[in-house]
Structure formats: structure tokens, C-alpha cells
Design a protein around this ligand. Structure first.
Ligand code: ZN
Ligand code: ZN
Length: 497
């Protein structure tokens, strides 16, 4: 009935005659291919017309990340939006509070997800679909068949795209040689790997399935982090010891245990490494977090936390400070200098939105101020250059800085000013000397960077010179003069202290 209604409103959408049900933990990229096959759709354009006429580039984005309102697909496949999101990483993202903005789920999982298809040949042979679990790099094998997952075609050895966006072939077929992937043989997993594969598969299945509690908590990072902290302490590990075991900076572990919500500082990979090191499942972490939530333990922390006004106050001060000191106005810098990064604050979505706006406005103000300041300084430098010319002296960085006395003290604190001056003086010197080639400008800027480093008492090394001129060495290799100049600057300096 409901479908009929939608149909009459949006007549260009059509229900396909056959709609196979999604299989357990089937990946959306696999389901869409099976749906097309069942309905005799054999081309990408046919698929786009019937399933994605509201989102024409969808087939280029079928990487199993949550889709933004897949209305047309819903109608074509005769299923709910929830059915479709369940075939993506949606529920995992939801559990960690990473579905608030469209891109956050992607950045959260980016390091953990394989970009090409991986498969168990036996599962493909018997069940004929691809599992969402196979997308996770850390999952070595198939728990049902106790074998390794394959990541290339068993016939032609080529890697297989997650979704066959160039030409539609069955999920069990290789895109290149068109042979059956289900004919592949895979090595059995050794016993230890078998155990690991089984428990990680179960844990992933939990993370990828809907739970009623997952949307109840506004900032789930907080109770999750508390559980990690609790388990680490129970295991008698310090933050440093834990970080050493995972081989990550201590700050990463701190961020898992607590980071200001909405800064999205921690990747899934980081949570995964912590859970693995502590030998604990995500399921138990979440059960602990929900129990804690129900028992109102968090509510006590709510009482101890700063009021929303206090948070806004601190953030505004921090933004003003970053503007004044000309520091990059990132969320991380803002919350860090507001001393909120690891403080017990659980902000509401409305507060997060408000903070977001404050930072946005701060960036606009900072850009305006910076460009105004740069205009003034450019005028000043021009005056000095004119005077130097009148006195018959050569304008160089040192003769200009002698006259103006730039007030910077260290590369770290004044990087923005140093960069801006490097650009402005480089540009003006080129203009005065009638040089208009990119390479000439780069040569002059490198020379200026060397003098600037000397002036602030920093060692002259290649990476810092490149940092000042805001270029990567690889992008400069076709400028022979620049290349030679850079090769004369040491890559590091041995300090004897
Ligand atoms: Zn299998
Ligand atoms: Zn092949």
C-alpha cells in the first residue's frame, strides 16, 4: 500500500518485478549486483536508471558506506531504508557516533577497510553473495570454512573491484577473465588464526547489526572510552605501556579513552588495536558502556561537567586567541587550547552545532584579518625596497628584514608569519627583478627560507625549508635548478646534546 502511494507521487520510480532478500550481513555492493541480475538488468546505465535515478553517480560510490537517502533504490528493491543501511557500515558508525555528518563514517573506517574485494571462494560457491565482513582488512579468513580470504582472482590473479562499475558481472565472477571465483582454493587457517577469525567475525557481526541502544546515547565515544580506560587499568597497564604495546603515540590511547566529541580524533583502527591488545571484544565494551549508561554513572559525570555556557566561553576565548596569534584554527587546536580535549564534557548535538558555527565564523574572521595584515606588510616592504633602490642598494631578504625587523621568535610559533613573509618578499623581489617563471620564484623563496631559518636560529634542513615554501619535494623534481639547490641542503642535522 505504502509503495503504491509513493509511486503515485513519484511516478518515475518503479518497483522491480523481482526483489531478492538481502542475505545475512550481505554487502550492499553485492546485493545491488544480485538485484540487477535477478531482473535481467545487464548494464550500468540500466541499473542507474532503475535504481539510482535520484543519484546518477551512485554506482561510483557503492563502497558499502552509508548511502544518503537511497529513496529510489528502496522503491526498486521494495525494501526499507533501514534494510539498505544494514548492508553498509551504518550500524558500526552509529555505535561510535560517526553518522552525524556524511563523511565521518568514511574517515573513521578508511584505514580499516580493504579497497578491493576480498572473498572466501567456498562461501561464494555455496551462498553466491559477498559478505560485509570481508571488507575488514584485519579479518584474515572465513570462520565457517576456516580458510584465508583471497584478495585476487584465483584464475588471472588480478585484484577485483568492490563494485563492478565498469561492466556488470555476477558477484561470483572475475571482472577481467570472467571466470568463476567460486572455483578458487584457499589455504586453511592455522589453529590460532582460526580462533582469532571466529571471535573477530562474531564481534564484527555485532558491530554491523542494529541494536536498540545505539541511538540512545548522544556522545557514545564517552562511555566507550570509559570502558577502555577501566579495562586497561584492570589489566594494570599505564597509558604509556599500552601505547608501547600497540606501537602508537600515547596521545592516540588518550583519545580512545577520552576525546572531545565531534573532534573525531580517533579512527576505528585505533579502537581495534586497543581492544586487541587488551584481549577484549567490542561487544563487551558496548555492553559495559550501556550498563554504565543505564546505571546513571554517566549522569554523575554530567553533574561534574562544565555547563554549556562555560564550554562556549572557553571555546570563544580559544578562537580569539588562535586568531590573534595567527595559528591554524582547527577543531583540534580550538578544543586543545580551551583545555576541553580530554575534559569530562558530554555536549549535546545542539551545542556541537553551535561550536561548529563559532569555529566557522572564526575562520572567516581570521582569513579577513590575515589578508588585511598581509596587504599592510606588503606596502611596508615596498616602501623599504624603494628606499633601498634610491640609496643604490640591492634589495634582498636581509636588507629588508634589517629595515623592518620582523617580530618572529621561532619556526613553530610563527610558521604562518614566516610563510606569509616568504611569499610576499619572494613575489616582490621577482617582480623587481622582472622574473616571471615559477622556477625563479621557487629559487628565490628557498634562499629566503634559508635566511629566515638562520634568523630564528633553526637548523637549515630540507624539510623545514619545504615547510616554509609549502611544497613537497616530489612536486619540484622537474625544476632542475630547484632540485640542485635542495640537494645542497642536508636532510637532517645531527645534534650533539
Ligand atoms: Zn567461507
Ligand atoms: Zn580473473
Amino acid at each position: 500500500m505504502k509503495v503504491k502511494q509513493v509511486e503515485s507521487e513519484k511516478f518515475y520510480f518503479d518497483v522491480l518485478p523481482i526483489h531478492p532478500r538481502p542475505e545475512k550481513l550481505e554487502a550492499l555492493s553485492s546485493y545491488v549486483v544480485r538485484l540487477a541480475e535477478a531482473n535481467g538488468i545487464s548494464s550500468i546505465s540500466g541499473l542507474t536508471q532503475t535504481c539510482f535515478s535520484d543519484y546518477l553517480r551512485a554506482t561510483h560510490h557503492l563502497y558499502d558506506f552509508p548511502l544518503h537517502s537511497p529513496e529510489c533504490l528502496q522503491i526498486a528493491a521494495n525494501c526499507t531504508e533501514a534494510d539498505i543501511q544494514a548492508m553498509t557500515f551504518h550500524h558500526l558508525g552509529e555505535k561510535f557516533g560517526r553518522t552525524y555528518y556524511p563523511n565521518t563514517c568514511y574517515t573513521f573506517l578508511e584505514k580499516s577497510i580493504a579497497h578491493e574485494a576480498r572473498y572466501c571462494p567456498y562461501c561464494l560457491k555455496y551462498y553466491g553473495y559477498r559478505s560485509l565482513l570481508w571488507r575488514f582488512q584485519s579479518l584474515k579468513g572465513c570462520s565457517e570454512h576456516s580458510c584465508y580470504l583471497l584478495d585476487t582472482c584465483c584464475h588471472c590473479n588480478k585484484t577485483i573491484p568492490v563494485f563492478p562499475f565498469q561492466s556488470l558481472v555476477r558477484v561470483t565472477t572475475c571482472n577481467y577473465c570472467l571466470k568463476d571465483l567460486g572455483e578458487g582454493q584457499s589455504q586453511p587457517l592455522p589453529p590460532k588464526e582460526q580462533e582469532e577469525t571466529l571471535s573477530f567475525s562474531q564481534d564484527l557481526a555485532f558491530l554491523l547489526s542494529p541494536q536498540s541502544q545505539e541511538t540512545m546515547i548522544t556522545s557514545p565515544e564517552y562511555p566507550i572510552g570509559k570502558q577502555f580506560s577501566y579495562v586497561r587499568q584492570t589489566n594494570g597497564l599505564s597509558l604509556q605501556e599500552m601505547a608501547k604495546r600497540i606501537m602508537l603515540p600515547t596521545q592516540n590511547v588518550v583519545n580512545v579513552e577520552f576525546a572531545f566529541p565531534g573532534t573525531y580524533t580517533t579512527s576505528f583502527e585505533c579502537y581495534f588495536q586497543c581492544a586487541k591488545t587488551l584481549g577484549i571484544s567490542f561487544r563487551s565494551i558496548f555492553e559495559g558502556a550501556f550498563a554504565q549508561w543505564r546505571n546513571k554513572e554517566v549522569a554523575n559525570d554530567y553533574e561534574r561537567q562544565f555547563s554549556e555556557d562555560e564550554v562556549i566561553n572557553r571555546v570563544q576565548k580559544s578562537i580569539d586567541m588562535l586568531i590573534n596569534y595567527r595559528k591554524p584554527l582547527t577543531k583540534y587546536n580550538t578544543f586543545k587550547s580551551a583545555n576541553l580535549l580530554n575534559a569530562p564534557v558530554v555536549p549535546s548535538p545542539t551545542l556541537l552545532k553551535q561550536l561548529e558555527n563559532m569555529i566557522h565564523n572564526g575562520r572567516v574572521e581570521q582569513r579577513q584579518k590575515t589578508s588585511l595584515k598581509n596587504q599592510i606588510i606588503e606596502q611596508e616592504i615596498l616602501e623599504v625596497m624603494k628606499k633601498l633602490q634610491e640609496a643604490g642598494k640591492l634589495a634582498t631578504y636581509s636588507s629588508i628584514s634589517e629595515a623592518i625587523k620582523f617580530p618572529y621568535t621561532s619556526l613553530k610559533d610563527d610558521l604562518w608569519d614566516i610563510r606569509a613573509l616568504n611569499y610576499i618578499i619572494g613575489y616582490l623581489l621577482c617582480r623587481q627583478r622582472c622574473l616571471d617563471k615559477e622556477e625563479d620564484m621557487l629559487v628565490i623563496r628557498i634562499e629566503i627560507a634559508r635566511e629566515q631559518l638562520e634568523e630564528v636560529g633553526e637548523p637549515i634542513v630540507r624539510s623545514t625549508v619545504l615547510q616554509i615554501i609549502e611544497r613537497y619535494e616530489v612536486g619540484l623534481s622537474h625544476y632542475s635548478h630547484v632540485k640542485a639547490l635542495l640537494e645542497n641542503i642536508p636532510t637532517y642535522i645531527l645534534r650533539l646534546d
